[in-house]
Design a protein around this ligand. Sequence first.
Ligand SMILES: [Fe+2]
Length: 247
Amino acid sequence: MRRRQLVKALPFSIAGGFLGAVTTEAQEQRRALTPDRYDDFAIWLDAARESALELIAISGADDTERFMQFLALWTTAMPEIPEPEWQEIAGANARLDAATVSLGRPFVVTALRFASGCVLPAHCHPGGGGVSLCTNGSLSIRHFDLLEGSADFSETGSVAEVEAVSTTLLRSRQFTEFTPTRANLHELEAGPGGATVVDVIVQWRRAGEFSFLKFQGGPSVTRDSVGRRRSGTWVGMDISRAYASAA
Ligand SMILES: [Fe+2]
């Protein structure tokens, strides 16, 4: 009997959920929290901020996982950003530019533009969560957890141990995300055609400080499989000090 039920249920499992009409009052109320379709970045930004502030008013933002899920949903609806004022980050292994797209509450939008093969070494976002959306080209992004007992990022020169928790190849319109306590470190490497990444970032505490982590034992970018543990040294905010030398 049970087997028969499972077999009968299978086609529905394959087909996925049925998208019926939204009719209940609770769903009506939630409609304001979910994104529409947007062609204009400024309109998307206003709607996303208003919605995020409404979510905070309803249930707060203490649940960092839930808040980042919410922001990921909105980030997938983000239209093309207006051309920002790029500033070169000196010391990178290839041309790397950064830009502030929008400051404000409860999230900021920033962007990075990578030349082909450019690597942004592993770094942390203390007290922050973020969604990284590839908007042009392709890149690899590898996230790490800082292992318990490791030195704090502020202890420049100290050794920290991390574990690779994901390795993702992103193309345009694909994203990854992290929270203050999960996958908070990441490194990025642009593909052969370069890449642009737009970050939507929330700070729960201590904004504006971070550190690169220089891995020991040679370049990490082609080596880290999920679960692999590595040691590195916190080197502060100067990118030129963060590139690992060959073993
Ligand atoms: Fe980052």
